[in-house]
Write a protein that binds this ligand. Structure first.
Ligand SMILES: NC(=O)c1ccc[n+]([C@@H]2O[C@H](COP(=O)([O-])OP(=O)(O)OC[C@H]3O[C@@H](n4cnc5c(N)ncnc54)[C@H](O)[C@@H]3O)[C@@H](O)[C@H]2O)c1
Length: 309
């Protein structure tokens, strides 16, 4: 089962698991996705359940017995400051509903959390022993979700693994105006291709650990297949930092554009430096990112142009 399986990361996970021969049920309310993602990757082979995970009645899923639940459904970070209540409902109450279901079904749970929980680190790279300092309601709620999962592991013996994801990008990542969701690579690519001028917030020197979605999916599947990771937290990242200005220049180079960006103010909750060690995931699970930034940005741009978005 994949909650949020119609979303960006979820759709790549579905694709990889289908190649592994898995039987998949997606649970999604399509608040930040459409079934188009799923159709693009062979959706006739998966079962789709249109459901809001906040709703405590999970009886429509009663007949399922998932070996693994990948819990990806989330209310996005960018909108959590305007609507912390809905963010808490989806990321905490929805999490508890899922954990109760997993406990009854004795399913393994793989949970996608966020490296934003570390806040503004005084030095990088940041590993999993770094203190938590959430800056937004989203990060706080994702952290509560981690705690609940570990509590279910300790009390009920639930197999629960947390992955803290760096900044993920790749094909099918989309802007959602309604939810105020503007991931930086899609934003720059789409504006530049529409001959518009992108805004770079703050001074553009803030960095991200940009990680290609297919590398992340590989990590999530390793976590599901492992039997040594219960109760553990792992970063999924590249251990490299790239500034927003550098990624902008890379996109301009690939698109053969010479556009001076507009300067904008820093966004609330923005983080100065992000670079995360994945040593623990490498040692325990054999995770290692395979794609370079340039190669994966090119893959995103090719998809975007061929998908005629
Ligand atoms: N993309 C990133 O850079 C990134 C970084 C860190 C962590 N993560 C985590 O990875 C996971 C996947 O992120 P994504 O980028 O694919 O997000 P996404 O928004 O594309 O996917 C989330 C999916 O959850 C669904 N959803 C939202 N609320 C729901 C609800 N109440 N009930 C059922 N479904 C609901 C949405 O419709 C969407 O299909 C999330 O848990 C997110 O916190 C992502």
């Amino acid at each position: 089962m994949i909650t949020g399986g119609a979303g960006f990361v979820g759709s790549h996970l579905v694709e990889a698991l289908l190649q592994d021969g898995a039987e998949i049920t997606i649970v999604d309310d399509f608040s930040n996705s459409s079934d188009r993602n799923v159709k693009e990757i062979g959706g006739d082979k998966v079962k789709l359940v249109n459901k809001d995970i906040v709703d405590t009645d999970w009886s429509s899923l009663h007949s399922l017995d998932p070996d693994v639940i990948f819990h990806l459904a989330t209310h996005p970070r960018s909108f959590s400051i305007q609507d912390p209540m809905r963010n808490m409902e989806v990321n905490v109450k929805g999490m508890l509903n899922m954990l109760e279901f997993a406990r009854k079904k004795n399913s393994k749970v793989v949970y996608t959390s966020n490296t934003g929980i570390y806040g503004n680190p005084p030095s990088v790279p940041v590993d999993e022993s770094f203190r938590d300092d959430p800056f937004t309601p989203y990060d706080a709620n994702k952290l509560i979700g981690e705690h609940y999962g570990r509590i279910f592991h300790k009390i009920h013996g639930l197999y629960f693994v947390t992955f803290r994801l760096a900044t993920i990008f790749g094909e099918r990542q989309k802007i959602n105006e309604k939810l105020g969701w503007h991931p930086v690579i899609p934003e720059f690519v789409q504006l530049l291709l529409n001959n518009r001028v992108p805004t770079i917030h703050w001074d553009g020197k803030q960095t991200r650990d940009f990680t290609y979605v297919k590398d992340v999916v590989n990590g999530l599947i390793l976590g599901a297949k492992s039997n040594n990771a219960a109760g553990e937290v792992f970063n999924l990242s590249t251990n490299k930092e790239t500034s927003i200005m550098e990624v902008y220049q890379l996109i301009c180079k690939i698109l053969n554009k010479d556009v001076k960006p507009t300067a904008g103010n820093a966004l609330p909750g923005d983080i100065r430096r992000m670079r995360f060690s994945y040593d623990k995931a490498k040692r325990t699970l054999g995770y290692e990112p395979k794609y370079t930034l340039e190669e994966s940005v090119r893959r995103y741009i090719n998809w975007f142009q061929s998908a005629k978005n």
